[in-house]
Write a protein that binds this ligand. Sequence first.
Ligand code: ADP
Length: 649
Amino acid sequence: DEIATEAYLRVAKKVFFDYVNIEKRVGKEVLSTIIELNDPNEFIDNAISVVNFKESALISILEKDDTIERLVSFERLFAKETEIARIEKRITSKVRENIDKSQKEFYLREQIRAIHTELGDDEDEIDKLTQEIKDKNLPKEVLEKALKEISRLDKINPSSPDYSIILNYLDWIKDLPFGKSTVDTEDLSRAKEILDSDHFGLEKVKERIVEYLAVLKLTKTIKGPILCFVGPPGVGKTSVATSIARALNRKFVRMSLGGVKDEAEIRGHRKTYVGAMPGRIIYGLKNAGADNPVFLLDEIDKLSADIHGDPASALLEVLDPEQNPTFRDRYLEVPFDLSKVMFITTANSVDTIPYPLLDRMELIELTGYTNEEKLQIAKRYLIPKQLKLNGLKENKIEITDDAIEEIIRSYTMEAGVRNLEREIAGVIRKVATKVAQSPRRRREVITKENVAKYLGIKKHLRDIRLENDEVGAATGLAWTSVGGTTLTIEVGLMRGKGEILLTGKLGDVMKESARAAISYIRSHASEYGIEDERFEKTDIHIHVPEGATPKDGPSAGITMATAILSAFTNKPVRNDIAMTGELTLRGKVLAIGGLKEKALAAYRLGIKDVIIPKANTKDIEEIPLEIRKEINFIPLTSVQQVFEKAIKF
Ligand code: ADP
């Protein structure tokens, strides 16, 4: 059957064509010659002669005589082989794909190496880094992270910014004191000696520090509260902290928190930020080179918060012993154990320390020095220190006690000794300059009389207190973050319509105190012989002269009342009396804070009588004996008593 044969032949040709197309072993010309053969048997014989099939497979075709049967066998065999070839091809192409990829990587890496060499980069940088990191004895998580970064480094172009970001990161990891601690001195008596040799007085403070160190020695962990030194500037908060480090033989780091308002300053920026850096805690530790330094967080009361997050909460993480073993800086991304760090904080005032922080701190107050103490500090510490700093020998200068007292009284007005130190340095510098010009000079003696030659005219007049007993002016005592201060409250009366005018340094609380004082006096007017109509026809002007910047508080209440009553009754207020106390509408005198500082301020002014709320009597004990001897504290409970004491009726 010719037609059937032709049909089978065509099918056979098609599978042959497909097969050859996949296998690609047969040349085009051969293929077309074979395809063009019209005799089925001739076609079959030629076709199987050019392929490379197994003999056994071919036999089934060769055995047969019938053309159609042969064509059918042919078609089956080739269809099968085509399928096999197709699968084979798929497999090989996949394998090749894989090989190609790794070859490409290898090739690219080689290229990067070539670029490194071409640029003169250290070819072994990465190997070196890897080794350095491995030598570091890093905690597991840190090591893994560092190695991961190194492997990234290997893949990127050294000229890309990422490259230097990673290098920078690895530098930080390398430089940080992971697990590197200094050894504490355990000798407590030596610690006490060092504290004594660095600071005059401060007995209570030193005692508490020695206790703290004793506990540290016994427990070997810093789990207790964080010490917080509270007091005005220049009283030795920072320098006591430095002494602690010295006494323990630990490294010392100081970080000022004044004005820190961005959380990132504590916790760092993520690496992805341009110019990202770790926070200042990590920075400090890197500088310390040990994981257990004494870390001073200065001015913790001056933290603020803004849109960039709350630094106080970040600090909490740093200070809290529950959280700080795994402190995570955002930049580092790996934990750093802060539990061995001895954190100490300082503050001028407690009021503005965020509560959660305050809760974890033990407050140690350094209140300020009396003039006698200042004299001793100057003689024993400040002068020797400044002589050394300025390279002046002791035999070239003598500063008499009188001169020091004069400097304290007339050139400084402070609770601490910072300005005193500055003024003394000023004197010593002047003498040092002369000695440098003519080394053979005789010893120069600084006395009370000639201090002005060195320091210029007096900066503070000792008595800024009221010269005479005056009507409508009373001396109050206020507490400020730089220590106690005195403030004069002035009251003027004018014909008017009963208005109240408040000017000067007055905060909201003070304004309210003023109104309460006026209300009290008005309601008791008849007792003091003031006609009620006078209040309606009089404008009251209350003024607190600028100068000191007292903290806004209610403790000026009785002072205002005294000045107002004095103005209305036209009777003078005693100028040698100062007072502090909150006033209620019913005329009670309520307790106030900061008595010690206020007493120091009165003492500096030479005021003998100080009216205080009776409830504050217990605080008198804390005031240095020297001051207690000089000042007569008058504890009172009602404002009437205050008026009787202070106004000369
Ligand atoms: P603060 O941190 O409280 O503002 P500093 O610690 O900076 O004050 O002290 C200022 C200076 O006064 C330092 O030179 C310090 O050594 C000195 N000083 C303060 N108190 C004493 C003291 N009790 N004995 C010796 N020097 C002191």
